[in-house]
Design a protein around this ligand. Sequence first.
Ligand SMILES: [Fe+2]
Length: 355
Amino acid sequence: MSLENVVCDSRETRDLRLAGRINAPAKVFDFDPMSYVAEFRAKGYVHIKDGVTPEFIEMAKARLEEYQGDRSQFLSEWEFKNKKQQYLFEFPENNRLLRGAMDTVATVTDMAPDRVTTSERHIKVYAPKAHPNPPAHKDRFASKIAVGIPLFMPAESAVVLYPDQSREVNGFDSSEDWRNSFATPDLPENVLKNVEPTKLYVDVGDVVLFLGSAIYHERINGANAVLLYLKFNDMRLDPLAEDPFIATQRQASLANLARMTDRDLLDCAAEVSPRLVRVSRHYTRNDWREVLMGQVAGEKSFQLSESDLALLNRIRNGQKVRELLADAGIPDANAPEFLQAIRRLGERGGIDILS
Ligand SMILES: [Fe+2]
């Protein structure tokens, strides 16, 4: 039995064990999403009382208990000293619950369901000594919509939002890079010093949705709070490699590349990988040689040529490889070379080939 099978078996066993202990939830949310569309559009956030099914809360708490008993589940790179611990939340194996949640969030926030991508799914446990009033922040670019689902919530803890202040989107990969881009007077704690925020006391069973990358926000009096945070976008971005549907797409893409002839490939659609986090140009200490590197979430970085970058820039969603070739004005004689570049980018994870 391969290691992969062992891992799958243990996950399935865990799902079965969980199913035996608790009532399996049929869905995450229990509200009519259409009835919140106007409020979300007007305010950029919505607090929905009793919007989460009790069965889902029970399941999420059981998952947390399981993670806390197993240090290997702990996302050590996410440990913020005296702030919070994070665990990657696993939906049951078939991801039907996650798909349902994505559809509901898409409706409330006016995103096209077939474009919605999960950029984050973390349980966060705030430390007992968590700072009671940390500076506000904006989530990374890919976290357009933030969804907070409390699992344990101290009465004094609240999410604070500044919906009427700057709505400029954080275009960086992290909230830290966004923060580092400001001079001291422009830091949120200075700009927002005299602004009264909106405070939302979101209890267990409630859910809050807000524009995570656009609205300044933070949790106050967070000590001992536990929340499941789900983050979504409609830009097909999966910078932490946490969207299971994108994982399936990547596997299918690799299988397509392995079995398809060049002629087959021409009839496939290409998509810039949702997991291609960035392309960076930098200068090495080897005579300051200029290099272009691509970074795919969860995978090794790889070198790109200028023509690879031009190709990435040219790809439009759903466009066939044949059309790409024509758009680039590449003569038939050079098609094999072009297809080789497509294959290389596909194998490295820079693009996905969709059949
Ligand atoms: Fe945030």
